[in-house]
Write a protein that binds this ligand. Structure first.
Ligand SMILES: [Ca+2]
Ligand SMILES: [Ca+2]
Ligand SMILES: [Ca+2]
Ligand SMILES: [Ca+2]
Length: 371
């Protein structure tokens, strides 16, 4: 995808509403978003550069709670705002509402019946998470907010995610604290109480988990949590995808999957930059995890209990900084495709077409590197 700037964010969604997923790439440093419209299967038309996202834009998110209108919210970090965009009939994005927020870089939407539809935000260089209550994206109005500071301060969260892990109809929020190797949870508070941060899981030192990806990895109907190590657990000389398997009541058991990045002792750059999980047409679940030197696919059968999965590792040409990976069927053939964004100066959007498990084998057998 000929996005001609380092891409710090990628959204795959049917932005123009024609039934085919499109790609929106954002450059944090060159201050624009650009949509690539899939006008026929695997054929994309680049849209204009959208500068209305402001200085140093962050993550662009699809608002999930409207079905009649497609709304997109930009974490406009550099202008201290959330900006709401709506596509016109051609799919071109126009600003329709905004609200002030302190340096938002990433976020997620959540549903707490007592709060209405909310947004959780992780700000840049602020040692806190912000929650916005009862947010109306059409007007930018909201029903209140909460700032939850981290203790100790001086620690940060790079991302926050939401999932209902105990089937009670309200989402739980998850983030990891990069300095203490703790994954934290925020639950819907009881009536009249304020939300609080609670520890959910503490990992061994090292690994530096940054993201929590909710996904039902064993296909038992309960959302599990995938937490990739952003670097190696140095005393152990290994990098893991830390999987927390959910018993259905929101109680977890750890099932680590070792990631085949080179070891630090061998001179490689360790760690996982981005990860996604989805179920494919063949009934297997797949992890796609991007290290610095390879994109690794792992095949997870239904009923998985922590066994070492089969994996196929497609090397990258040189060290690449991959900023977002999305496993989703883009061309509509029913097979998952992998889209990722990276910080090249040109061609910063990449798609690997499915069936990915077979194509990964071909690429490995032919010695092809992703350039
Ligand atoms: Ca489309
Ligand atoms: Ca819940
Ligand atoms: Ca599960
Ligand atoms: Ca496909």
């Amino acid at each position: 995808m000929p996005f001609a700037a380092p891409a710090h964010n990628l959204l795959v969604d049917d932005i123009d509403g024609d039934g085919r997923p499109d790609l929106a790439l954002t450059s944090h440093h060159q201050n624009y978003t650009q949509v690539f419209y899939q006008r026929a299967p695997r054929q994309f038309l680049p849209g204009r550069q959208i500068d209305a996202v402001g200085f140093h834009p962050g993550e662009l998110m699809r608002y999930p709670f409207t079905t009649d209108r497609r709304l997109y919210i930009m974490n406009a970090e550099g202008v201290n705002r959330l900006l709401v965009f709506e596509p016109d009939r051609n799919g071109d994005l126009h600003l329709i509402a905004e609200l002030g927020a302190k340096a938002p870089r990433s976020g997620t939407f959540f549903n707490w019946p007592a709060w209405g539809k909310g947004i959780a935000l992780t700000p840049f260089a602020e040692s806190a998470i912000y929650l916005v209550k009862d947010f109306d994206p059409l007007s930018g109005h909201f029903g209140g907010s909460a700032e939850l500071p981290f203790r100790p301060s001086g620690t940060y969260a790079h991302a926050v995610s939401a999932a209902d892990i105990d089937h009670d109809g309200s989402d739980e929020l998850f983030f990891s604290n990069t300095l203490s190797n703790v994954v934290s949870i925020i639950r819907q508070p009881p009536p009249g109480a304020e939300p609080v941060i609670e520890p959910l899981w503490s990992f061994n030192p090292g690994g530096r988990p940054e993201k929590v990806i909710p996904a039902d990895i064993d296909q038992d109907g309960d959302i599990d949590l995938l937490i990739p190590d952003a670097t190696d657990k140095r005393p152990l000389d290994r990098t893991d995808i830390n999987v927390l398997l959910n018993d259905g009541q929101g109680r977890f058991a750890l099932a680590p999957i070792q990631f085949p990045s080179r070891h630090r002792s061998a001179g490689g750059i360790t760690g996982i930059q981005e990860l996604d999980f989805a179920k494919d047409r063949d009934g297997y679940g797949y992890i796609a995890a991007a290290g610095y030197e390879a994109v690794v696919f792992m095949r997870i059968p239904a009923g998985w209990k922590g066994e070492t999965p089969q994996s196929r590792s497609v090397p990258l040409q040189g060290i690449q900084a991959i900023t977002r990976a999305c496993l989703i069927d883009i061309d509509g053939d029913g097979w998952l495709d992998l889209a990722f964004s990276r910080t090249h100066d040109q061609i910063s959007g990449v798609i690997l077409w499915g069936p990915l498990w077979e194509h990964a084998k071909q690429l490995v057998d032919e010695g092809v590197k992703i350039d």
